[in-house]
Ligand binder design. Sequence first.
Ligand code: CA
Length: 235
Amino acid sequence: MKLTILIVEDEPAIVDAMQYALEEEGFTINISATGGEVLALLERQDISLIILDIGLPDITGLELIKLIRPRFNVPIIFLTARSGEIDRVLGLELGGDDYVVKPFSPRELAARVKAILRRVGPSDHKGPPVAAAAQVIWRVDADRRQIFYHGVDLELSRYEYNILGVLLHNPGRVFTREHLMRLAWEEPDASMERTVDAHIKNIRAKLKTIDPDDEAIVTHRGVGYALHEHHGERS
Ligand code: CA
């Protein structure tokens, strides 16, 4: 299945370079030169990730993400012409997943796109975004494939990382074992479904070494698993 990346940028030369690099990686590319039609596009199409320029002719990328975030959990990489810290902080606080400063290498951008998609799984971005408060106790380093819990590296295996990454991006949402398997495994196989239980057990054991009372992952009997809905809220 080809994943679709939406590029929102009005400079044709930059669009062309990104399109070429991303198509080389096997993505389908959708292009919008303005921000105005982006919400309608997200409603209509299955977009796996957005590359969003901050400088658009009709609306800034920072304004646009405020409209996108309440409704769509799609990962967003900002493009910015300024290397200043302000853009960076604003972008990530507003719910961006990463940012790239112009001029940039299209190959590096493609690598970041792939890293983010590995982390969040290929689809199902319609839903609430990651709770900002959860980021206080959870930190994901997608480049190194590490997840930190209360500042401690969980030292997860590949599948544990994939599973926990999917749960973290969708607090409160219940995933069936089959669904988790499909999101976390490159080549799903029905016989592997029970191994989800084993991986969840390992993840829980690692969490409990850090917080013995930990109940971050909730079992929904006969259905699957979810990250605790209120996990990450300060009490
Ligand atoms: Ca622009």
